[in-house]
Unconditional design. Sequence first.
Lengths: 278, 349
Amino acid sequence: MLRKIASSSYLVWSFLFIIIPILMIGFLSFTSSEGSVNTGFSFDNYKRFMEPIYLKVLLRSVEIAFKATLICFLVGYPMAMILAKMDSKIRNLAVMLFVVPMWMNFLLRTYAWMTILGKNGILNKFLSLFHIAPMTFLYSEGAVLLGMVYNFLPFMVLPIYTVLTKMDKSLIEAAEDLGGNKGTVFRKIIFPLSLPGVVSGFSMVFMPAVSTFVITNLLSGGQYMLVGNLIEQQFLAVNDWHFGSAISMLLMVLILLTMSVMNRLGAGIGEEGSAGLW
Amino acid sequence: MKDKIVMGRSLTKSYNGIEVVKGIDFWVKKNQFLTILGPSGCGKTTTLRMLAGFESPSSGQIFFEGNEITSLPPYQRHINTVFQKYALFPHMNIYENIAFGLRINKVSEKEVKSKVAKMLELVNLSGFETRKVNSLSGGQQQRIAIARALVNEPKVLLLDEPLGALDLKLRKDMQIELKNMQKELGITFIYVTHDQEEALTMSDKIIIMNQGEIQQIGTPTDIYNEPENAFVADFIGESNILDGIMHKDRLVTFAEKQFECVDGGFKKDEPVDVVIRPEDIKMVNVDEGILKGVVKSVVFKGVHYEMIIKGASKEWMIHSTQMAEEGSTVGLLILPDDIHIMSKEAGYA
């Protein structure tokens, strides 16, 4: 009984603040209005998104999010391995240092990069010591990528780290015992068994990266349009809520698709449920 | 030297300044079944892990067929290990698990296939090739772990309490199977266990360890019949252990009586440990016994009765096929041959 009451409050909550808004967005996306006159049900908003100019934005978003995810993986995997190998006393401190920046405000962290990368920023000042002329770091794809990697790296490292620390050490010893050198053991045992963590990391980085607009706004100065910016613009600048809703719906479907593909990948490996993060 | 396939010399291992293995010396001959036996925390698993190469000794040397291998990594040793918790690779099927070592050694696919099939036959699990690891029972997983190690045709197989997680019946069956496999394949087995019965059943030679030191090395018969100190006597089988005084060769006092015995070579009136096996104490009529006592408890053990008999200064445990009534007074007889005298200095912590 108590459980029913407890769970029903969550149901009411998610109905009010998740289901209804989604339905509203869905409704908006299938309607359009000329001025204040509602023109009824139509696919126009979706059709409009199929124009090359918008598809290009989506493609670019997916591309840059994928790049950011890949960089996070390449940087994050070795990091997770180093963390997992540390002596347990230092390890907790190191993980903590890793997590602490996440407690700071997201905007603040991204603003901080602006003062580092800016024309008169810290980096250029530092370079001028060596008589290197100031360079433009901000307002480029590189700056956006950096912002994404910096902000989302912990989401890649932590799930991989968790899987690695939970891994049964005797499996590694068994593989060495059977003749595997360090490289073989990594390729055939450690990496395949850590894949559930990698899959979690991929989805946890990819999802926020593909839909972000704050990072692009700040670090590219609005030069660089991603799908997140497009949605923001439709709602706040152009005031076309219908088109904005349609893009939101499409993005949601895209993320759901990626997630289910990822989950399937994750379920196919790691029979022992070594990930268990979700 | 040549027939000593594995040899440890003054092997020591310490963690954070605490010595868990304290300079032990031992060797095992080709095709022998050697068991390292001891209570938990005695250093037996650490010793095995040094032989496998998972731990490097703090000092001392390990030799394999006369060559030093102390600092070789595990993958360069012709030694394979069967782990206590099997350690099968969960992301591979049974076939791939067994083929793992062969694949690393670039054995041709055809040969892999025939070798894996042969191994599965050896462990009675033919037809399990495509099964997943976690669909197998503990006993089956252990057989696969053995097959995975043996397929590489190691000269020495290390087994770390491989039967510890199995139930009693299965354990007994596997003991016999393992022993047969060892004889059939002619591989040296080094087996670690805390189960004294397992050690006595399977081994050609037993090393008994306690607190990082070797207490005794010998055949199962030697160790049972001639334990070198009170620890070994107590650890292997049941024993009555008493304080005694050795007056001169072949004369000892314990339980307030003088006994003839067969041991000698002690100082005059040296305090000693006297060990008597429960089955070596004969129960006789009161007037025929050297000692007498009151039967305190009787437990039927299948083949024999285990009785506790309260004597004047000591309670005796005896095993006998005859039963005495609880509360009755009986005589006890101990023959010189059955009295084992041990120096106190050998140490029984």
